[in-house]
Design a protein around this ligand. Structure first.
Ligand code: HEC
Length: 109
């Protein structure tokens, strides 16, 4: 077999395995559950999926309406007396807070 033919064979084998890898990647990557991306912003303090182990409030499994109402209440605070959570809650719309609260309420503590 000529050198050129060997190269063509090697290249097409590589192309085939790359195609297989990318097809596999496409099937295993799916959209994250609603609210998860937004809620992931809370994990740095409240723990992964709201399972805090560092003294921050455990949000996993808490009632969605409780989390939602607390966040809305905190969002109303303005001025110089604004703490971490008050400032944080200002970044979300009502609909986003609902998604976050629903996602966290469905996690096991
Ligand atoms: C930078 C750290 C930090 C991040 C990020 C953070 N929190 Fe908090 N959270 C705190 C601290 C500190 C407290 C307790 C003090 C306070 O209420 O301000 C708290 C308290 C809370 C409370 C309880 C309030 C109450 O009155 O009992 C809820 C609910 C809450 N956080 C939800 C969230 C959600 C949802 C997110 C993400 C959108 C989030 N937190 C992101 C630090 C954080």
């Amino acid at each position: 077999m000529s050198k050129t033919r060997l190269w063509v064979r090697a290249l097409s084998a590589t192309a085939l395995s790359l195609a297989a890898v990318s097809a596999q990647a496409q099937t295993t990557v799916s959209a994250p559950p609603a609210g998860r991306l937004l809620a992931s912003n809370c994990f740095q303090c409240h723990g992964y999926n709201g399972r805090s182990s560092k003294g921050f409030e455990i949000l996993a499994g808490e009632s969605a309406s409780e989390i939602y109402n607390e966040l809305r209440e905190m969002r109303q605070k303005t001025g110089s007396d604004v703490g971490i959570m008050e400032a944080h809650s200002h970044g979300y719309t009502d609909a986003q807070l609902k998604l976050i609260a629903t996602y966290l309420s469905k996690q096991t503590p």
